[in-house]
Write a protein that binds this ligand. Structure first.
Ligand SMILES: Cc1ncc(COP(=O)(O)O)c(C=O)c1O
Length: 370
């Protein structure tokens, strides 16, 4: 039995007529570019803000740009430091550098794999301006102590929600706890476009205005530009398709959660380590992350059995060549480092069948010396 890591074709096939109609309507109106007047972008922004239980959504060109736009809108740049988790996709740190500031890594909690609030004091300097917690793999970071630390030291919080559409922390939706939440709509994400796309949510009217301006070259009225901005707009076709897919997101999330619970039950029986989910957090299972001592051998065995897996992430950020200039070693980030050789992401996607999932679990169970 073949088990792909993800299956976008399968996800899109039943809704293809609606997607085609949405694309057609953008084509016939020629509303391709997402400046403020684009009706497709506006419609999606209202729908996504409602979904995320946020006051505003600002569509933009991708999830990396979303972070950079928020940093710029908050006037964070040269001379400033921003704390990001050591374990995440490079975008979280890359956006900080692109805004002109310096990313400073904090270690992760060894059980939840999200930013460890207890590591924050060690990373704080007089130049620290913000923290970007990442709701990694779909699990919210431990926000209360992070927010308390931020308040104590007058730091801004930008939530990186790229992997966590609809996740909740103590019943608070991700993206609404700090200054802003940033989302990626990369095709493989829980809500994915058919190309590049991203979005920002915020409760602040003022920040919304700045972000709208920044994403569109700093444009203001009458052909003037109040500042230099970016070409960071969401395009009409992506917005229209995202609007269709958003209607299915609650169902797809339920499917992911039910598969995640089933994995937990079955892997628990064979004594496997997987991302721990405290009961006050709602996981949306963008990734089902587990750990195995002999990860590479097990991965090869699963591949021989037609099971695709992923590794998120083979090299934690402090150890990437891009950041070798900081000269970190393993003892600086013991938990993020320990993940590198053990982390294995198992297949999980909305229409995955129980048979496929049983096949994965059986292949893992059969394999000796995991
Ligand atoms: C945690 C995280 N942050 C940011 C991003 C950036 O999103 P995009 O690929 O849309 O730029 C991603 C996407 O992979 C991500 O996983």
């Amino acid at each position: 039995m073949k088990v792909p890591y993800n299956d976008l074709l399968d996800q899109h096939t039943p809704i293809l007529p609606q997607i085609n109609t949405a694309i057609q309507s953008v084509l016939s109106s020629s509303q391709f570019i997402g400046n403020d007047g684009n009706p497709f972008v506006q419609k999606f922004e209202s729908a996504f803000a409602a979904f995320a239980r946020a006051q505003h959504c600002i569509g933009c060109s991708n999830g990396t740009e979303a972070i950079e736009l928020v940093l710029r809108a908050l006037d964070i740049g040269p001379g400033d430091e921003v704390i990001v988790p050591a374990q995440t996709w490079i975008s979280t740190a890359e956006a900080v550098s692109h805004a002109g500031a310096q990313p400073v890594f904090a270690d992760i909690d060894p059980k939840t794999y999200t930013l460890d609030p207890a590591d924050l004091p060690k990373r704080l300097t007089s130049r620290t301006k913000a923290i970007i917690p990442v709701h990694l793999y779909g699990l919210p970071a431990d926000m209360d102590p992070i927010l308390a630390f931020a308040q104590q030291h007058s730091l801004k919080i930008i939530e990186d929600c790229a992997q966590a559409h609809g996740a909740r922390y103590k019943d608070r939706p991700v993206g609404t706890m700090g200054e802003a939440g940033t989302f990626s709509f990369y095709p493989g994400k829980n809500l994915g476009a058919i190309g590049e796309a991203g979005g920002i949510v915020t409760q602040s009217d003022e920040l919304k205005e700045i972000l709208r301006c920044l994403r569109d070259h700093g444009r203001s009225a009458n052909f003037n530009h109040s500042r230099e901005g970016r070409n960071g707009r969401l395009d009409g076709i992506q917005a229209a398709v995202l609007g269709i897919k958003l209607k299915y997101l609650p169902l797809w999330t339920e499917q992911r959660q039910s598969l995640g619970a089933y994995y937990r039950e079955k892997l628990g029986e064979i004594d496997t380590i997987f991302q721990s989910t405290p009961s006050d957090r709602t996981h949306v299972y963008h990734v089902f992350s587990s750990q195995f001592e002999n990860r590479d051998a097990l991965r090869a065995h699963l591949s021989e059995n037609d099971i695709q897996t992923g590794v998120h992430y083979p090299i934690a950020l402090p150890f990437l060549d891009a950041y070798s200039k900081f000269g970190y070693d393993q003892s600086d980030y013991p938990f993020a480092h320990a993940q590198m050789s053990k982390a294995l992401s198992l297949p999980l996607f909305p229409n995955m069948t129980r048979e496929q999932l049983d096949h994965v679990v059986e292949c893992i169970a059969r394999y000796p010396n995991k």
